[in-house]
Design a protein around this ligand. Structure first.
Ligand code: SF4
Length: 408
């Protein structure tokens, strides 16, 4: 497709990773506090078709090798589009940006991360308008019910920060919609294979009580995605029979795992970190990790830059957890999954949590039992596992005292 655009475009570029040394600039990612991406369905008269607006510095004004804030806001209109399809169209940002030669996209929502390499910059991919034109072409050629589309790239830090608050409200409303529905209430789960370009044996199983690892696709989103594009990366999966409802083992999910991992694994426990845990791609929001010295778990999210209680940082732990493998004791997951009544229920769930960054504890205070809250250590309480053992004994953490019963 080079000719129409300054660089080539196609699925062959999915999985292309851009190392720091090859990067021209990046938007979002771990170095940047304010970033997000959002797709909004509007009425046709609210969308000026094919308009691309840039608010703040453009690529040509940027310093080579630097990181910048980014809000990528896409408005769409079309008679066949539904509000429920917004998150699905938003997740397509990941797919389509990765189709572009020399552009690399990771994560989602308020964690988005976009990198442009030096070669593609030199070839002429040197403005956000150029990127926008390619994205619009992909959106409208792949999803024909989009009748109008416009894009706004905001790189002005203050503006991104202001708009992020509103975006967070929208993400939360989407997540809230899925709370309450149970696995027992449905006959279908959904699967997503979008991350197979980076993690070839990974497949996300999305149930009403287990949002996808990236946190961007819940069960309702899966349903909307399948309706939008039945041949697309999100597929409907028959739940089948429950083999072990506590661990979350279903015949349908096992069959899916066997097929999509090309036989690499044949069983999956949706609600346990042991034996046959769900695979982890690379887009997960957090890692749930086993701490053998206390036979319990810690959690660390992508934004936590410090060392965890076991002495490793998120980035190091992510490299060991990701890639589409089943790694016992290590799970890449969405933070919203903490709100699920089935959250790793077979292992003791949140009652087995002994360490978390202070930010996570505060954000999820409402899901942590009141009598447990002060017994979960943070980076401010302990610096290593020895201190953790001493802390847990001192506060009398119920898991360490043997007071937590596992479901049978
Ligand atoms: S993390 Fe899962 S649901 Fe999210 S894009 Fe990747 S495969 Fe799809």
């Amino acid at each position: 497709m080079a000719g129409i655009f300054p660089v080539d475009v196609g699925p062959q570029y999915e999985g292309e990773v851009i190392r720091k040394g090859d990067m021209y600039v990046e938007f979002g990612g771990p170095e940047v506090k304010s970033k997000f991406e959002l797709v909004t369905l509007k009425s046709p008269d609210e969308v000026e078709n094919e308009k691309i607006e840039v608010v703040g510095p453009n690529i040509a004004d940027m310093k080579e090798g630097a990181s910048y804030p980014m809000a990528l806001m896409i408005d769409v209109a079309g008679a066949g589009l539904e509000k429920d399809m917004e998150p699905v169209l938003e997740r397509r940002i990941h797919l389509y940006t990765n189709y572009i030669e020399g552009l690399y996209h990771m994560n989602q929502r308020q964690d988005m991360w976009l990198r442009l390499n030096k070669d593609s910059f030199a070839k002429g991919l040197n403005s956000l308008e150029e990127i926008g034109k390619i994205l619009m072409f992909l959106y409208t050629s792949e999803i024909d019910i989009i009748e109008k589309i416009s894009m706004t790239f905001i790189t002005d830090e203050k503006k991104v920060e202001e708009l992020l608050t509103e975006a967070m409200k929208i993400y939360n409303e989407r997540d809230e919609k899925a709370r309450g529905l149970k696995e027992e209430d449905v006959e279908e789960f959904y699967s997503c294979a979008l991350c197979q370009s980076f993690a070839p044996t990974h497949i996300c199983a999305i149930t009403p009580e287990r949002i996808a690892n990236c946190g961007a696709i819940n069960w309702f989103d899966g349903k909307a995605a399948y309706k939008l594009d039945p041949e697309g990366p999100i597929q409907e999966v028959k739940k089948g029979e429950p083999i072990d409802p506590i661990r979350g083992e279903y015949t349908g999910a096992n069959q899916l795992a066997a097929e999509k991992s090309m036989g690499a694994y044949t069983r999956v426990y949706l609600h346990s970190a042991f034996e046959y845990p769900h695979t982890s791609c690379g887009c997960f929001q957090a890692i749930w990790f086993y701490i053998p010295e206390v036979d319990a778990f810690g959690i660390v999210h992508r934004d936590f830059a410090g060392e965890t209680v076991v002495g490793t940082r998120f980035s190091t732990m992510a490299a060991d957890t990701s890639g589409g493998r089943q790694v016992e004791g290590f799970l890449g997951l969405a933070l919203e999954y903490l709100r699920s009544p089935k959250f790793l229920q077979a292992d003791g769930g949140i009652k087995r949590l002994v360490w978390a960054p202070k930010e996570i504890k505060e954000m999820y205070k409402d899901v942590i039992p009141e009598d447990l809250y002060d017994k979960i250590a943070t980076e401010e309480d302990v610096k290593n596992v020895d201190e953790l053992v001493e802390f847990l004994d001192r506060v009398g953490h119920p898991w360490v005292k043997g007071e937590v019963e596992l479901p049978v």
